[in-house]
Design a protein around this ligand. Sequence first.
Ligand code: NAD
Ligand code: TYD
Length: 353
Amino acid sequence: MPHSDFARKIAITGGAGFIGSNLLQHMVRKYPDCLFVNIDCLTYAGNLSNLVGLEQAGNYRFEKIDIRDNQALAACFEKYQFDALIHLAAESHVDRSITGPADFIETNIGGTFNLLEIIRRTTQDGSSFRLHHISTDEVFGSLGPKGYFTEKSAYRPNSPYSASKAASDLLVRSYHKTYGLDVVTTNCSNNYGPYQFPEKLIPLIINNARNGKPLPVYGDGKQIRDWLFVTDHCEAIDLVFHKGIAGETYCIGGHNEMENISIVRLICKLLTQRLGCQPLDRLIQFVTDRPGHDRRYAIDASYIKSQLGWEPRFTFETGIKMTLDWYLENQAWLENCVSGEYRKYYETTYSNR
Ligand code: NAD
Ligand code: TYD
C-alpha cells in the first residue's frame, strides 16, 4: 500500500530497543490503518530480532538511520511525510554514561535537537505534527526516604545519562513554548520485561544466575527503584500520544518500590525453584558502588490517572514471574545478545532489500 493511503504515518525512533520494540509490537497490531516507521541505527542495544513477526505486517517499515545524521533524517521525513513521531532513541544505560558520556550527549541531546529542527521546518506551513518525547524519572535526581516525583518536581539530574535526558526534555519544552510545536513528554520509572538488554539489573541478574556467575549488587543494595512492567508503559505511551495535552508532561510509574537487594534475592528464589538447583543467592556479591548513585526513585502517577485514566495493570509479583518465564523460554535470545550473534539478524533479513 502506498504511504499516502495510510490514515497516519508515525515515526518511532529507537524501535529496535527494549521499550521501542515492545511499543511497536503493541501499536502495529492495534492500529492497522497507520504506518509505523522504525528509525534506528542499531547500536549494541538495537536488536531487530525483538521485532520478529512485524516484517510481514503491511503497516511496518524499518529505516537504519542514525538520528545524529541530519541529512539521512531529512531524506526519511521527505520520503514518508510523517504526521507524528514517538521518540525513544537514546543511549540508555547509566553505567555506560559514566565510562563514556560522549555518545549520550551526541545522541540524546544532539539527536533530539536534529529531530526538533526537522519537525519545526516540516510544520512551518502550519501543518500539525505530534511529537511524543519519551523520558525518564531520573531527570528529577534522587529522593530521600519519603515523597514522590510529580510533574512539578525540579530537574536535578545526577548522571551524564540523566543530564542528557534532562537537556533533551528542556529542548522539547522550548520548541513548544517558542515555536508552538505539538509536544508531549512522559517521564517514566524503571521498566522491566521481555527484550531488555542484559546489562540492566533484572535481565543481568537472570542471565548471570542461570549461568552460575556472580550477581553484582552495587554498594549496600538498598537503593530503591519504582519498577513498571514494560507493556504497562506502552499502554501509557499509547494514551498520552493520542490524548495527551500539547505542552504537558506526564509522570508514569508502577507503584512498585523495591530495594535492589530484594529484587536480586527474589530472582534467586524464583530461579532456584524453577531450576531445582542449589540456592542461587550464594552468588550475590556486594561490589563498589556506582559513582553519583541515586538512592531512591518513586513516581506519583495520579495526574495521568486522573487525566487519562491510566493505571498499571501488573503488580511486580506478576510481572517478575512473567519476565522470568520469558527469559527462560528465550535463552537463545539472551545468548545471542551476550555473544553479539543478534547483529546477524539485520544482515540476513535486510541486506538483500
Ligand atoms: P535501549 O537502550 O534498549 O534502546 C535504545 C534504542 O535506540 C536502540 O534500539 C538503539 O539502537 C537506538 N539508538 C541509540 N542511539 C541511536 C541513534 N543515534 N540513532 C538511532 N537510533 C539510536 O533503551 P530503552 O530502555 O528501550 O529506552 C528507550 C527510551 O526510553 C530512552 O529514551 C530511555 O531514556 C527511555 N526510558 C527508559 C527506561 C527504562 O527503564 N529502560 C525508563 C524510562 C525512560
Ligand atoms: P539499572 O538497571 O542500570 O537502571 P538505572 O540505573 O537506570 O536505575 O540499575 C537499577 C539499579 O540496580 C540501580 O540502583 C543500580 C543497580 N545495579 C546493581 O546493583 N547491579 C548491577 O549489576 C546493575 C546493572 C545495576
